[in-house]
Design a protein around this ligand. Structure first.
Ligand SMILES: NC(=O)C1=CN([C@@H]2O[C@H](COP(=O)(O)OP(=O)(O)OC[C@H]3O[C@@H](n4cnc5c(N)ncnc54)[C@H](O)[C@@H]3O)[C@@H](O)[C@H]2O)C=CC1
Ligand SMILES: O=C(O)[C@H]1O[C@H](OP(=O)(O)OP(=O)(O)OC[C@H]2O[C@@H](n3ccc(=O)[nH]c3=O)[C@H](O)[C@@H]2O)[C@H](O)[C@@H](O)[C@@H]1O
Length: 557
């Protein structure tokens, strides 16, 4: 079983204790790092009271770890369930997680002033006593009313009746908790949605708050939890990431900074990811869906192993597949299926969200018809750097576009040679493709499609690579290609992602090196000048400035 980082307080036979001494100011985490918060407001550093609504699998352990690492903050966990709360106040916690009791005991009960010596060391080590800073209670209203940050950690099971039954998350417990918060939270309190919810729930919380407290504005943050049961303390102590979603306004960013500071007591700064509220809510569902997808995939492979008879072993297949760093070894353990309280409900929730959004292809942006219009397609190969068009997604999309009977579809790909097809013209340059078209679809992520501004940036970086003393050893020698590769790697670190950081390559034939000049494209295109960027290649704001309407993939704004 994994161990935790909770420090030992009575570690040697020679230890002795006193029961006095003020609260210890330092925290014992080995990962404690100073964090420079790019603060956007004055709130940072003023968190005194925090409360967790919901003392379940998430609320209890998360509150305990936050309290453990932030001895200066009073953390109260409240629940309507008296039995659960009294268990949290006992030595038989309601949740069994490795290392949890120790963390709870340190934060809930405090520690003794301890002095001890280690064999071979002359000096004694003094661990100052810690005052309790973790409380479990049923006094929901009292805890809410004094808190600077309120975490909502209540249950969100799948609905079993009515609209969305069997798919949609039942957020009645969130609504109940929010109503209590709306009535009793102090002005300025930050509300944190930790429960797993569907996209837009933070907005609903906001609306409930506005209804009950129209005169007060509250910031709502999304801060989903990624711990797994069985390794909860380990996961909380060493999270892969802490995700904080906020409104992208000054008060929203300030609230995110405040919460960031709480986690920064033990989580390295580069693991705290801040995004907007919707992205955060959606990321949680997506993470669970992807993990479950891996298990489903490996489970179906295990059926193949059984089918092919002697010799194929799913354990070997998992091991060999997981060695690929792009895939990784985790969540490739085949079995009879996944269980637990989360995967199924969160996948259903995500599927429900997708179904209710009616995600259709966007011919609608050209008034629902392509008749009489010219459509440009930049990219035909299945990926950049190749002329391979086998099963290229562009082929399918162009077929769909052709069914809409446009006047012409003009395709340009720097890797493919020009040919003429029925109503589809393969052009030798981006200029010919874009001329007089109503919309440009970018379907292959060639660097040339990024536009001149990006190309200029790469070139200027190439001119001044930061080649310091490390390259001295290469000077004055006839270098073999392996050394040149090494040199390129060193230089590339300071020269962005250029394929030719040393500038060794002879220029490519002009059509391959020709970078799309979007300003020129804007002049030659027709209204409404749509750019559908299917590869997130272009600089959206640059193109918008040039008068294009731009849609990227997966950008909900
Ligand atoms: N269990 C897990 O491993 C993980 C769960 N999550 C998510 O976290 C959320 C909570 O999950 P669990 O902790 O497992 O649920 P849980 O059912 O163990 O705990 C929820 C607690 O909230 C309490 N509660 C409900 N309404 C309340 C109210 N108005 N005031 C005070 N207390 C109230 C309930 O009495 C219950 O004790 C869910 O959205 C879940 O999807 C996220 C990551 C991991
Ligand atoms: O949102 C949640 O509630 C949590 O859901 C899962 O955590 P959990 O369900 O507690 O436990 P897992 O370790 O993910 O196991 C879930 C199920 O998948 C199965 N599993 C897991 C891994 C694997 O390789 N194979 C496999 O069959 C397990 O046996 C179990 O039945 C996720 O792992 C957490 O990151 C997430 O926070």
């Amino acid at each position: 079983m994994p161990s935790t980082d909770a420090p030992s307080v009575t570690s040697t036979p020679s230890s002795r204790t006193t029961a006095t001494s003020p609260i210890s100011s330092g925290c014992a985490s080995p990962e404690l790092k100073p964090v420079e918060l790019t603060s956007v407001g004055p709130n940072v550093g003023h968190v005194k009271n925090v409360c967790f609504v919901g003392a379940g699998f998430v609320g209890g352990p998360t509150a305990a770890v936050i309290a453990y690492h932030n001895p200066q903050i009073q953390v109260t966990v409240v629940d309507l369930n008296e039995e659960r709360i009294s268990a949290w106040n006992s030595s038989h916690l309601p949740i069994h997680e490795d290392g949890l009791l120790k963390v709870v005991r340190i934060a809930r009960d405090g520690t003794l002033d301890t002095i001890f010596s280690l064999p071979g060391f002359a000096d004694c080590i003094h661990l100052k006593a810690r005052q309790p800073n973790l409380m479990f209670s049923t006094a929901v209203v009292e805890a809410i009313s004094i808190s600077d940050i309120i975490f909502i950690c209540v249950n969100t099971p799948t609905k079993t009746q009515g609209l969305g039954s069997g798919a949609m998350a039942d957020i009645s417990a969130i609504e109940g908790a929010t109503r209590s918060i709306a009535k009793h939270a102090r002005p300025g309190a930050i509300i944190v949605e930790k429960s797993t919810v569907s996209c837009g729930t933070a907005r609903m919380i906001q609306e409930i708050l506005e209804y009950h407290r129209p005169e007060t504005s509250f910031e709502i943050l999304s801060n989903p939890e990624f711990l797994a049961e069985g390794t909860a303390v380990q996961d909380l102590m060493h999270p892969d990431r802490i995700l904080i979603g906020s409104a992208q306004t000054t008060p929203g960013l300030r609230a995110a900074s405040t919460l960031q500071e709480v986690y920064a007591a033990w989580v390295p700064r580069d693991r705290i990811v801040t995004v907007n509220t919707f992205s955060s809510e959606l990321s949680k569902l997506v993470a669970n869906a992807m993990l479950a997808q891996r298990i489903s995939s490996i489970n179906s492979i295990s059926a193949i192993c059984e089918g092919v008879g002697h010799g194929a072993d799913i354990g070997d297949v998992s091991l060999a597949t997981g060695k690929d760093k792009r895939l990784g070894a985790k969540f490739l353990q085949a079995g009879v299926g996944f269980g637990g309280s989360c995967f199924e409900k969160d996948i259903r929730n995500l599927a429900y969200l997708a179904a209710t959004l009616h995600l259709d292809v966007v011919v609608s942006d050209l008034n629902g018809s392509l008749r009489g219009k010219k459509i440009s397609v930049l990219g035909f190969a299945f990926k950049d750097g190749t002329n391979d068009t086998r099963n290229s997604i562009a082929v399918h999309i162009i077929k769909d576009l052709a069914n809409e009977m446009p006047r012409e579809i003009a395709i340009f790909d720097p890797g493919c040679s020009p040919t003429q097809l029925d109503r589809v013209k393969i052009c030798g340059s981006w200029r010919g493709a874009a001329q007089a078209s109503s919309a440009v679809c970018v379907l292959t992520p060639w660097k040339q499609f990024r536009g001149c501004r990006a190309a200029v940036l790469v070139k200027s970086l190439n001119k001044e690579p930061d080649v310091s003393a490390t390259v001295f050893k290469f000077v004055g020698k006839d270098l073999p290609e392996m050394d040149i590769l090494e040199l390129e790697t060193i230089v590339r670190r300071s020269a962005s992602e250029s394929e030719d950081p040393l500038g060794r390559l002879k220029p490519l034939p002009s059509h391959l090196g020709d970078v799309v000049d979007w300003a020129e494209v804007a002049e030659t295109m027709q209204e409404p000048r749509w750019v559908f960027d299917g590869r997130n290649v272009v600089d959206i704001s640059e193109l918008q400035t040039l008068g294009f309407r731009v849609k990227g993939i997966g950008k909900g704004f």
